[in-house]
Design a protein around this ligand. Structure first.
Ligand code: SAM
Length: 343
């Protein structure tokens, strides 16, 4: 019943990338009316996997009220019920902490998001970003989370946010993401509850029986010195677990010292744990002596096995790293159905 009613709900998505967010909503039964992105490779992936949806390929700044109205009219859509989107997060992420530019124009893209929301006037808005957004401030020292909430409130939305631990929402990955949920309806906002069960790598990788005949399965060939090190890393281990003689050395103050590395360096997954956040860095297969293929990364991101990513290997890896895990999105999509029907 829930699913049947949900088929009527229309979604518009911005900063859609490959469509991870969209896929979760589609799986929960929503109608994805259109997506938008200015990256050609992501646009190709989206069009391939959502052939029934329209796609606006281009900068969000160039989307006008007229163009949106035209798309809706041509598709016979009277109302967009939900807008979803993940404005780029490079400026908020810890990885870029050192070179964080507080006046980076990408920090302002959420304002463009609010602009198109004003035009579409949906009942609900969902916005995803990296968890570090919670502690970031702009050049006037104002917390971004307050600026974002303020912008939505000014537009007539009640807004709330929560940090999600994806391994507690059916995703075999320890990813931390902030989800803002906003509504124009007079209802109490809440979020889906965490499961007590932690989702693990082993349950997912076993879905891939055979890499043959699947797209995005290119195996990265390793130099012999890299392969030697890969073989020495135990499940769940990384560079630190290498015998001393295999660690990088450098001269400091005339002495030969061992170089320390981040936890992602030469990281091998463990079947009995969730993966760390999937980025576009290399990560070692839990039982095989090679890096994960993009297909395996996508599976750990909860994309279905038949989802095809377009572009070169690096483009595909970036699209996966950028994506909202579809299973997380599906949890949120189903929860919105619930609060919409039983406020
Ligand atoms: C974090 S990713 C979104 C991932 C997506 N939500 C998913 O689940 O697959 C952000 C996307 O915003 C796109 N983007 C960046 N600047 C943009 C702009 N000015 N207009 C439209 N899209 C933009 C990027 O190309 C990227 O694909």
């Amino acid at each position: 019943m829930l699913i049947w009613r949900c088929k009527m709900l229309n979604v518009a998505s911005f900063f859609s990338g490959a469509g991870g967010f969209d896929l979760g909503f589609k799986k929960a039964g929503y109608n994805i009316v259109f997506g938008n992105d200015n990256w050609e490779k992501a646009a190709k992936t989206f069009r391939r996997n959502f052939p029934e949806s329209y796609f606006i390929e281009g900068d969000i700044k160039d989307i006008t009220e007229e163009s949106l109205k035209k798309i809706l009219k041509e598709r016979g859509i009277k109302k967009i019920n939900i807008v979803i989107g993940g404005p780029p997060c490079q400026c908020f992420t810890r990885l870029n902490n050192n070179k964080l530019r507080k006046d980076d124009e990408r920090n302002q893209l959420f304002k463009e998001y609010v602009r198109v929301i004003k035009i579409l006037s949906p009942d609900f808005v969902v916005m995803e970003n990296v968890a570090d957004l919670l502690i970031r401030k702009d050049k006037k020292n104002r917390p971004f989370k307050e600026l974002i909430c303020g912008e939505f409130r000014k537009t007539g939305y009640n807004i709330s946010y929560k940090i999600f631990k994806t391994e507690k929402y059916g995703v075999p990955q320890k990813r931390r993401r902030i989800i803002f949920l906003a509504t124009k309806k007079n209802i109490d906002l809440s979020f889906p509850e965490e499961s007590k069960k932690i989702t693990k790598v082993g349950d997912f990788l076993k879905k891939i029986k055979n890499l043959k005949n699947l797209k995005n399965t290119e195996i990265i060939k390793n130099e012999p010195n890299v392969l030697t090190r890969i073989k020495l890393i135990p499940p769940g281990g990384y560079y630190e677990n290498l015998p001393e003689k295999f660690k990088t050395k450098k001269i400091r103050d005339g002495k030969l010292v061992t170089v320390k590395r981040y936890g992602s360096y030469y990281r091998r997954l463990s079947n009995s744990e969730p993966a760390p956040t999937i980025t576009n860095n290399y990560i070692i297969h839990p039982t095989k002596n090679r890096y994960l293929t993009n297909k395996e990364k996508a599976i750990l991101h909860t994309f279905p096995i038949n989802f095809v990513f377009c572009g070169k290997t690096g483009d595909v890896s970036q699209q996966i790293a950028n994506a909202v895990p579809p299973k997380l999105a599906e949890n949120i999509a189903k929860h919105i159905l619930k609060i919409n029907q039983h406020p």
